[in-house]
Write a protein that binds this ligand. Structure first.
Ligand code: AN0
Ligand code: CP
Length: 315
């Protein structure tokens, strides 16, 4: 069993209730992972993913080893048949097989490079590990998705919703750096599995990959989208059509308390890290309606559920 995308979840509602059970008693399966090792490989920075996934594995009694490829570790070649006379020192073929001997599962973070859309869509790093590793692979944010985040978001919405069909709004907001589409992609895919009135709002031209959004609703007028919302989920992403470009930095898209007044007293969500007073005004993220800290807490239980399923699968 691998956990690569939302497609690996057979029933979201079942997974959410299982995660909420884990949350009630996180140490219940402390023996399940005894003498097993989880490897965490980072090709990009992290705070929550690194610590919550590690915490989840520890709750299951596992050992955890972490490797940063950002400034430690050899630079890897992913192309089969490459003549390796350039920068890369080691081929994914050896690297993945070797790491598989040390670990019972491998979790990987490898962001989109935002240069070549086809290359990012082909998920070079995750695909390389899937091809050559001999143990289960977990996605800790790849080029096109962040399913552990989306699962934590689903758990959080379940905990905070006050009606069976909440209005959930994904809103784009400005950011000074070009960011991947992974988080909004997985959020949209997760919302498509939920009973909800789901709307995305973003400037024209900021459409995500249509293969992801399919027929999900888009409202280009942010104020209109916010009307009667129960949840506002803010996130920046760079342009998908003009791939990786910043085409808009309009600060009118920042989530302010003025805009939150249009909602049905909505909860404010963001995956974090967030740029205050760029994505969201202090007054919103510091308000009682902000559930970003609860959301980050649920990262532990989404990871723990996934690791638990992988351990049980291997028995
Ligand atoms: C990353 C992103 O937008 O994909 C990670 C979010 C979890 N964010 C930044 O790089 C700021
Ligand atoms: N939300 C999230 O994945 O945070 P980190 O990038 O800090 O891991």
């Amino acid at each position: 069993m691998n956990f690569i995308s939302l497609k690996d979840i057979d029933s979201l509602s079942k997974w959410v209730s299982e995660a909420l059970e884990i949350k009630k008693n996180p140490l219940k399966k402390k023996k399940l992972g005894q003498d097993k090792t989880l490897g965490l490989l980072f090709f990009n920075p992290s705070l929550r993913t690194r610590l919550s996934t590690q915490k989840a594995a520890l709750n299951l009694g596992m050992n955890v080893i972490v490797m940063n490829f950002t400034n430690e570790g050899w630079s890897l070649e992913f192309e089969d048949g490459a003549v390796m006379n350039q920068g890369a020192t080691e081929h994914i073929k050896e690297a993945a097989e070797v790491i598989s001997q040390y670990c019972d599962a491998i979790a990987i973070r490898a962001f989109a490079e935002l240069i070549d859309r086809e290359k990012d869509n082909s998920e070079v790093v995750i695909s390389g590990f899937l091809k050559y590793a001999t143990v289960p692979i977990i996605n800790m944010e790849s080029a096109t998705g962040h399913p552990l985040q989306a699962l934590a978001d689903a758990i959080t919405i379940e905990e905070f919703k006050s009606n069976q069909r909440p209005k959930v709004v994904l809103t784009w907001a400005p950011h000074p750096k070009a960011l991947p589409q992974a988080v909004p992609n997985s959020f949209v895919e997760m919302m498509q599995l939920q009973e909800a009135d789901f709307v995305s709002t973003h400037p024209k031209g900021y459409e995500l990959n249509p293969a992801v959004t399919k027929d999900s609703k888009i409202e280009y007028n942010q104020n209109k989208a916010f009307e009667n919302a129960d949840f506002i989920y803010a996130k920046n992403w760079s342009n998908y059509n003009e791939y990786g470009k910043i085409k808009n930095s309009d600060t009118n898209w920042t989530v302010t308390s003025e805009k939150m007044k249009l909602t049905n007293n909505a909860k404010f969500m963001h995956c974090l890290p967030v740029r205050r007073n760029v994505i969201v005004a202090d007054e919103v993220i510091d308000s009682n309606n902000s559930i970003v800290i609860n959301q980050a807490n649920n990262r532990t239980y989404s990871a723990q559920l996934v690791i638990q399923k992988i351990l049980q699968d291997g028995k």
